[in-house]
Write a protein that binds this ligand. Structure first.
Ligand SMILES: Cc1cc2nc3c(=O)[nH]c(=O)nc-3n(C[C@H](O)[C@H](O)[C@H](O)COP(=O)(O)OP(=O)(O)OC[C@H]3O[C@@H](n4cnc5c(N)ncnc54)[C@H](O)[C@@H]3O)c2cc1C
Length: 388
């Protein structure tokens, strides 16, 4: 909407142009129908991989495209411009499932799982949240104990609200490997084949994100080879926390981009719609609403790019960066909340009708204030990091 940040290079712009062209041609025209159908074609994973958007930020050795924080966000922004959080969530579920493998996994595990996922042939999901609660990640109860042979874990427990859980081939799973432990100690990460015996899944219906499948998973003595352990046993909590940073930056960029789509639809509508013989933009209250949307989008967008730059160059302390990511997520989702509500209001009755971008996005606001860490948890985390 406004000028690019000063640190954008010609390479960043070229990548954005390619990504936007692909999204406009192969995704945006289908978004409404896919959402109504509750699915998008599985081939989209391979198509996205073919154009180089699926493996952004992963090592070339495994089929990825090494990239800085700015490239990653440009990719996320381009996908979000299709106007569907459900699409971004499911098509990008590997981006919450695989970073732990890429960062902490053994070479053998990376060789085994990353190429298939980054080529779009395999779908990956992340399963941390349990029916007993998602905010308190350290309260994981799903257990994994070594069997008598010492070669496999036996996994028992439940996970819920898992994005891509129905279609996933691989599930990155948080488990408690030390039965005597409590809290953050004793948690490990395993990569589980979704076809494993003893794993059952059921689909959950949602307020929005219809084209993204969301599943409840039940593990009943599921055998997982110890070679599927990610990093060091009992030390998985730190990996989960590390993973959240990328996820939250992505969710923030999604929220800001959706806010902008709401603004654009509302502006176009307000210019074309006449009441009392005049376009509704002639009413000061409507103009001010649109300006308020633009103000908030500009502020959130500027913050997001500045923080991406800070992450890229390790600017500020680690605590400061974590606090800023948490605050950005809340700022971005507040912006989206305001813009989706304002857009539907400006569209009037049409804003309530299926088929408008603002109607779909209005139904998607809530999940962004909950998933990947709720607003309340984000503020708690920011407060802790800032010593408040
Ligand atoms: C569509 C969707 C997709 C999702 N995808 C995934 C996924 O792929 N993988 C995955 O693992 N999880 C996923 N989640 C789960 C998501 O991360 C959790 O819903 C979220 O972390 C909140 O957990 P909860 O729903 O159990 O709420 P709870 O933790 O039970 O919290 C309930 C309420 O209490 C508040 N609260 C809790 N603790 C505190 C506190 N200390 N201080 C103040 N307020 C507090 C919360 O903010 C919230 O408002 C998904 C969720 C949704 C809705």
């Amino acid at each position: 909407m406004f000028a690019d940040p000063p640190f954008f290079t010609d390479e960043h712009r070229a990548f954005r142009e390619m990504a936007q062209r692909f999204v406009a041609a192969e995704i945006t025209p289908h978004v409404h129908d896919w959402d109504e159908a509750g699915r998008f074609p599985r081939e989209l994973y391979t198509r996205t991989a073919q154009v180089g958007l699926h493996g952004v930020g992963y090592p070339e050795l495994y089929g990825g495209t090494p990239a800085d924080e700015i490239f990653k966000l440009i990719g996320a922004q381009a996908l979000a411009q299709a106007g569907s959080g459900g699409l971004c969530a499911s098509l990008g579920s590997h981006n919450i499932a695989m970073p732990m493998v890429a960062t902490f996994g053994s070479d053998a595990l990376k060789d085994e799982v990353l190429p298939g996922v980054l080529a779009g042939d395999k779908i990956a999901a992340l399963a941390v949240t349990e029916p007993g609660g998602g905010s308190d990640v350290a309260a994981v109860k799903t257990s994994a104990v070594l069997d008598a042979t010492g070669t496999h874990y036996l996994v028992n427990g439940e996970k819920t609200f898992i994005t891509s859980g129905m279609r996933a081939d691989l599930i990155t799973l948080a488990v408690r490997t030390d039965p005597l432990s409590r809290g953050a100690k004793g948690i490990s990460i395993l990569v589980v084949d979704a076809s494993s015996e003893g794993l059952t899944r059921s689909e959950l219906k949602k307020m929005g994100w219809w084209m993204s499948d969301t599943a409840h998973l039940h593990f009943d003595n599921v055998r997982v080879p110890i070679s599927r352990l990610v990093g060091v046993e009992h030390m998985g909590f730190m990996a989960i926390m590390h993973n959240f940073n990328g996820e939250r930056m992505n969710l923030a960029m999604m929220a800001i981009t959706f806010a902008q789509l709401c603004y654009e639809e509302a502006l176009a509508w307000a210019r074309a719609r006449t009441t009392f013989g005049q376009p509704i933009t002639s009413h000061q209250v409507i103009r001010h609403k649109l300006v308020e949307m633009a103000m908030r989008i500009d502020a959130a967008q500027s913050l997001c790019w500045d923080l991406a730059h800070a992450l890229q160059h390790q600017r500020g302390t680690q605590a400061e960066r974590v606090a800023r990511i948490s605050m950005l997520k809340v700022t971005a989702t507040d912006t989206f909340k305001f813009c989706a509500d304002s857009a539907v209001q400006i569209l009037g009755g049409m804003g309530f009708m299926r088929g408008t971008v603002s109607e779909r996005l209005y139904r998607e606001v809530k999940v962004l204030t909950i998933g990947g860490g709720t607003d309340e948890i984000m503020k708690e985390l920011a407060g802790k990091q800032l010593g408040i």
